[in-house]
Every structure is written in C-alpha cells, then in structure tokens.
Ligand binder design. Structure first.
Ligand SMILES: Cc1cc2nc3c(=O)[nH]c(=O)nc-3n(C[C@H](O)[C@H](O)[C@H](O)COP(=O)(O)O)c2cc1C
Length: 351
C-alpha cells in the first residue's frame, strides 16, 4: 500500500468506515489480524514489540512481526525509550517490507515496560515522545503514528499538550484510548475529551475504548467526530464486529453469522496459529503435534469468546484445559448447539 493511501486512510478518507483493530499483546497476532481485516477492519497493528529486541536481532521479537501475505494495512507497533533505538527498530521493521506504518506505544501501563520509562511512562516525558516521533520520521519513509491514553492519572492529564507535541513532531495520526493509564483497562472512557482533542488538532485523531458492537463503534465515530475508531476486546472471538460496523456505516442490514461460519473461522484461525507456531524453533524441533498444542494454548481465550453464550459453550469451557489438537478443538466447537444469535452478543463482555 502506498504511503499516500495509508495517510488517506489514517485521515478517515476511505470508502469504508474508518474502524480498525486495536493492538493487544497476546491476541493481535497474524491470525487475528487477518480475520479482522478480512471482515472489514480498515487497519490493524501488531502485538507490541520491544524496539531493542529488533535492534538486537531477537528472533522472538521478529517472530511477533510475522504478517500474512496480503495483510494490509498493518502497523509495526513498538515500545522503547531511546529515540535512536526506536528509529533503528523502525528502519528494520520497514526493511521487512511488510508494514504500512510505524506506531509508537505511549499507553501501555504494564509495570515492566513503564519501569523502563517506555509505554505509558512516555506520557510523563512528552519531549522524549516527540523526539522519538521525530527520530523515526527521519529514519523511515513510512508514516508514523502514536497510540496513547488521555493521561497517566486524572491529576496529570496532559493529552492536549501531548497531542500538540506529537502533531508538531509530524505524526500522521494519534490513536487515543480514552482512559488514564492508572485505570488500566477498566473504568469510564472519556470520549468527550477525545472529541475535544479532535477539535484542537489538525492531525487525524482516532478514538478507542469500550466499543462492544459494530453499531457502537459507528456511533462513537459519528457522535464524537473522530477520524476513526479502534476496537480491541470487542473483536476477540468476534471478527464479524467489523463486518457489522461496515454494514451499520452503510445503513445495510446483514444476516447474523451462522454456525457454519463460526466453525470455518475457528478452523482458519487455528490453522494459521499452528503455521505460526511451527515457525518457532522450539516447536519445529518438537514436531507437528507440539506446534498444534502451542496453537491450542493461544486460541483458548479466543475460543471462549467465539462460543460464549451459545448453547453448550460451558462444555467447551470445561473441556478447554484438556484440548491439545486441532481435531479436539474442532470437535468441541462442533458440539456447540446450532442456531443463530445476534451480532455483538454481550454475554461474554467483561468475563
Ligand atoms: C489483553 C490486552 C492487551 C493490550 N495490549 C496493548 C498493547 O500492546 N499496546 C497498546 O497500545 N494497547 C494495548 N491494549 C489496549 C487496547 O489497544 C485498547 O486500547 C483497550 O483495550 C481499549 O479498547 P477496547 O475497550 O476496545 O478493548 C491492550 C488491551 C488488552 C485487553
């Protein structure tokens, strides 16, 4: 995808609803991103990668940057603290030829990342965040974006200053999760504040937080006037949320997903995870079954969301810990009773 096209898309200028997949460590691997993009997400981001891992040629870090053959547009989403290291990591990510933009993590509240001064800690050091954006821009051709929060705490809310600095540094968009870092992933989302930032800035502003259905994401888009919306947890086990969003945007009715589609999707998801795991040396050496077992471990939390609320899903949950192979997972999914159910079921929400 050309940089111009990516920039257009980040500006919300596309024929599709500007609704994308938020980065989630442990979830948004190639398999989940591919399914989300296939159902209408307009962009996706990798799991967060350590910039220093890339500059040290860590195979594990590079593995997190595996993408599908036709997976676009996708960002390499990275954390770090040193502008020069972030710039070199971005250069290496760009050199893989897989990415459409580089995204800087300035919102992750995980202690081991914050303790290094990275992730959410960058909100407390805006000049450094701006220096990172500038350094990456000088190192790569790809557009550079930042994903942040509204502040570290309510007392230190500095999203207006931060967004001004990031804009001055030349970022192509700012993604704002409307919670304070101290609240991690719960508590109210301040969409009004995101809308205020949008009013003040000329750079594209995307909002994020608590969209549980495609309709809700479209409602946020319209109500708060942002350039786009990211969906995180609502897309786990529910790539159809993006199809639902696109339909809501166009005012189209769509049929609910069928049980057949559910089974096919879990099958595709699982097989891609097996392929991903088979690339990792420790599983490659241990044979095909080890890769399958590793893939089954990864799909477990997705699986509960895929089948949550359907008749028979509790049996899947009970059997989850004993599943080791694709056949065992698919047999369990096959036992979930047939029938159709509404899009954006909330039955799993918050579990
Ligand atoms: C398990 C999990 C992992 C996450 N990992 C990241 C991450 O690596 N980088 C990031 O910027 N945000 C991360 N987030 C935050 C999400 O991108 C998103 O901002 C947040 O979940 C709010 O959106 P939602 O309510 O639609 O889930 C993570 C969230 C979850 C639940």
């Amino acid at each position: 995808m050309s940089n111009d096209t990516t920039i257009q898309l980040l500006s919300g200028n596309s024929p599709h609803a500007p609704i994308g997949l938020a980065p989630m460590a442990g979830f948004t691997d190639r398999a989940m991103r591919g399914l989300s993009l296939g159902q209408g997400a307009v962009l996706a981001m990798t799991e967060v990668v350590n910039a220093a891992g890339l500059t040290h040629d860590s195979k594990r870090t590079y593995h997190l940057l595996e993408t599908g053959e036709h997976e676009h547009p996708v960002a390499a989403h990275m954390y770090g603290i040193e502008p020069a290291v972030m710039a070199e990591a971005a250069r290496r990510a760009e050199a893989t030829g897989r990415f459409d933009f580089i995204d800087v993590n300035s919102g992750c509240p995980v202690r081991k990342i914050v303790a290094k001064g990275a992730g959410a800690a960058l909100m407390g050091d805006v000049p450094r965040l701006a220096a990172i954006v500038t350094a990456i821009r000088e190192a790569v051709e790809l557009p550079v974006t930042v994903k942040t929060r509204i502040g570290l705490t309510p007392d230190t809310c500095n999203i207006h200053d931060l967004s001004a600095a990031v804009e001055d540094a030349g970022a192509s968009a700012l993604f704002i999760h409307g919670r304070f870092a101290c609240n991690k992933h719960s508590g109210p989302v301040d969409w009004d504040l995101i809308a205020e930032v949008k009013q003040k800035r000329s750079m594209p502003i995307w909002g994020n937080g608590s969209a549980r259905t495609g309709e809700e994401a479209v409602q946020f888009l319209k109500q708060y006037g942002v350039d786009g919306v990211l969906i995180g947890r609502g897309a786990i086990g529910n790539p159809w949320i993006f199809r639902e969003a696109q339909a809501a945007w166009e005012g189209r009715e769509i049929a609910p997903r069928s049980l057949v589609e559910l089974r096919e999707t879990v099958d595709v998801h699982l097989r891609d995870l097996v392929a991903l795991k088979a690339m990792e040396r420790k599983y490659r050496h241990a044979g095909a079954l080890a890769a399958q077992t590793a893939a089954v471990m990864v799909i477990r939390p997705h699986l509960l969301k895929y089948v949550g609320g359907l008749p028979g899903w509790r049996e899947v949950r009970r059997a989850l810990n004993d599943m080791r192979t694709i056949d065992e997972v698919m047999a369990a999914v096959g036992r979930v009773s047939s029938g159709q159910w509404g899009m954006g079921s909330e039955q799993w929400w918050g579990k």
